[in-house]
Unconditional design. Structure first.
Length: 365
């Protein structure tokens, strides 16, 4: 057996875990920049708690509370300038995947002078500042990955910074921070986590251990999907947060695949939230993979506790508004951009232009 596995993030999981393990924060320094979204830090309760911990431990901190969804290069540069000006020693990301990814990019830009091209190069002279990740959605798994996804307007898509220096030193996962997530965002984000596990399981880079985690994550999410007709209880929130963490560890090893690459265009050009963009394409993507890998796709469906891809389609249709109003010119643009994405090469069947077109057109009403 040939196996490589690397997960350097120290994970604390459970209700009140931040308060119980507050001493971990001080270990990383005495000056922090806390990075969060406009509302998520406050609505989740996570911002108040981390501020309290900083105050109790005499950690000097500044809050940058303005990370937008799908953060831009401009935003992380602005926050990195603040980090440098205040000579902070650590970056604390608190929020959904957007603030967490932004925190990672800020931590890197605080120690390295990088032009846009160099920012995505994967080669950095100095390690990033230490990062603490406190997720308030259950979806991206960013708290346990070495990726920061930013919107690059020059290429009209989203791009990954990928480097081991971006793994958070510590992640605090408390399901109570996700209790105030509206149902729509709960669904969007859980489907992001599900696609991480499914794409990881169906990745050319999958290994025995990542598959173990992927299968467990798919199974847990499958057991929860039926409950998402209403706001779920904390017990379900806990399962979703755990499953999304497992899914994050999966993609840290396998990367995502063509599904995410196509979804980025739906987010960039159509404003569809990240997880939902993957979700509206998922059924057609699985049908495409099933052409050559029917056994593997059937295993995914069975792990979800379903009988067919069609059953998964019924659930996704009940979650998300239909995909519509995409012109043939737009489809061609999406295809051109997707073909440039490096992650399509992780896909079990590397899609041709025609395949991407089929996935997109068949996903529309
Ligand atoms: P998000 O963009 O971080 O947040 C979506 C919305 O949820 C925002 O309006 C946010 O409010 C709100 N929100 C977050 N937590 C909340 C809470 N507890 N209560 C109420 N509202 C809350 O969404 P996300 O799906 O978690 O992250 C998506 C981003 O992560 C994308 O950019 C995607 O590309 C990236 N991603 C990264 C990885 C990785 O490995 N690094 C993997 C997959 C996806 P605010 O606007 O106030 O923040
Ligand atoms: Fe994702």
């Amino acid at each position: 057996m040939d196996l490589q596995f690397f997960m350097p993030t120290k994970i604390y999981f459970g209700q009140n875990t931040l308060e119980q393990n507050a001493a971990e924060v001080k270990k990383l320094g005495t000056k922090a920049l806390i990075v969060t979204g406009k509302n998520s830090g406050r609505l989740s309760g996570a911002l108040e708690e981390i501020e309290k911990i900083c105050q109790n431990q005499a950690i000097d901190y500044t809050v940058y509370p303005a990370i937008e969804n799908n953060p831009s290069i401009y935003t992380v540069r602005e926050a990195a300038a603040l980090a440098k000006e205040n000579q902070v020693e650590m970056i604390i990301g608190c929020g959904g995947g957007s603030p967490l990814d932004a925190a990672k990019a800020i931590a890197l830009l605080a120690t390295n002078n990088l032009e846009d091209q160099a920012l995505f190069s994967g080669h950095y002279a100095k390690p990033a500042l230490p990062i603490i990740a406190i997720p308030t959605t259950a979806g991206t798994g960013s708290e346990v990955t070495q990726y920061a996804i930013l919107t690059d307007d020059s290429l009209k898509t989203k791009r990954s910074i990928a480097h081991p220096t971006l793994f958070p030193q510590v992640a605090f996962l408390d399901p109570s921070y996700t209790v105030n997530l509206p149902l729509e965002i709960t669904r969007d984000t859980v489907i992001d986590a599900l696609t991480h596990s499914i794409e990881g399981f169906l990745s050319r880079r999958a290994n025995t251990t990542s598959n173990l985690l992927a299968k467990e994550s798919i199974k847990i999410i499958g057991s929860c999907l039926g409950k998402l007709t209403v706001l779920p209880e904390i017990a379900t929130r806990e399962k979703l947060l755990y499953a999304s963490m497992l899914a994050g560890i999966v993609i840290a090893h396998t990367g995502t695949t063509a599904l995410h690459s196509i979804g980025y265009s739906l987010t960039y050009f159509k404003g569809i939230p990240h997880g939902r963009a993957n979700g509206v394409l998922l059924v057609e993507y699985l049908k495409f993979i099933a052409e050559d890998y029917p056994k593997e796709v059937t295993e995914v469906v069975n792990l979800l506790g379903l009988k067919s891809i069609h059953d998964l389609g019924d659930i996704l249709v009940s979650f998300f508004p239909p995909l519509e109003d995409i012109s043939s010119e737009e489809i061609q643009t999406f295809i051109d951009i997707t073909m440039q994405a490096k992650n399509i090469h992780n896909t079990l069947i590397i899609p041709r232009e025609k395949d991407i077109e089929t996935i997109l057109t068949n996903s529309m009403v």
